[in-house]
Ligand binder design. Structure first.
Ligand code: FES
Length: 175
């Protein structure tokens, strides 16, 4: 066999149907090779999908955990001042989180993050039309924090507040 392949390494033209020497030296199964590649691709896609599903699950859990993280209570001002002025600015839960409390025309006290959910400008209270307006792109929110005009599509995070005598106390952020 060795002498045959030496005289005609391609294995063609001698009327013989033997496989060429390169095929015996490098026995690559092309169909099998394609099959393995396909199988590995499917394996990769399956593992990739599984990884993404796990990452989404972990992200959802982390978000839920962070949202439900208890925040401390903080005295934010005087209820009498809020009733007189109609609105009150404060910071909660940290000094970097501007918020606004409003006394509605029905006498309810509500409070929201002051950060517009569009591009983070500060919303301001408009007593005349009972809305929180964002001056940057003319967004507006009703006094439930729901966007009712302009580009914002997400509601303002609500701050839970309680009245204790004349004190207003912020107790939690509701996202
Ligand atoms: S930042 Fe408030 S509407 Fe754009």
């Amino acid at each position: 066999m060795t002498t045959e392949t030496k005289s005609n390494p391609s294995g063609k033209g001698d009327g013989c149907e033997r496989a060429p020497k390169w095929r015996t030296d490098f026995p690559i199964e092309w169909e099998g090779d394609h099959y393995v590649s396909r199988r590995e691709m499917v394996k990769f896609l399956t593992l990739g999908s599984l990884f993404l599903a796990c990452a989404s699950w972990v992200t959802a859990l982390a978000t839920k955990f962070l949202r439900s993280t208890p925040t401390s209570e903080l005295v934010i001002g005087s209820a009498a001042v809020l009733e007189r002025e109609g609105s009150l600015l404060f910071r909660y839960p940290t000094d970097k989180d501007p918020c606004i409390a409003v006394r509605t025309q029905e006498g309810h006290l509500v409070a929201f993050s002051q950060v517009c959910t569009h591009l983070s400008c500060a919303v301001v209270y408009s007593k005349s039309d009972s809305k929180l307006n964002c001056p940057c792109h003319l967004g507006s929110f009703n006094l439930a924090g729901v966007p009712i005009g302009g580009p914002p599509t997400r509601p303002l995070p609500r701050i839970r507040i309680e009245r204790r005598g004349d004190q207003l106390v912020a107790t939690a952020v509701e996202v």
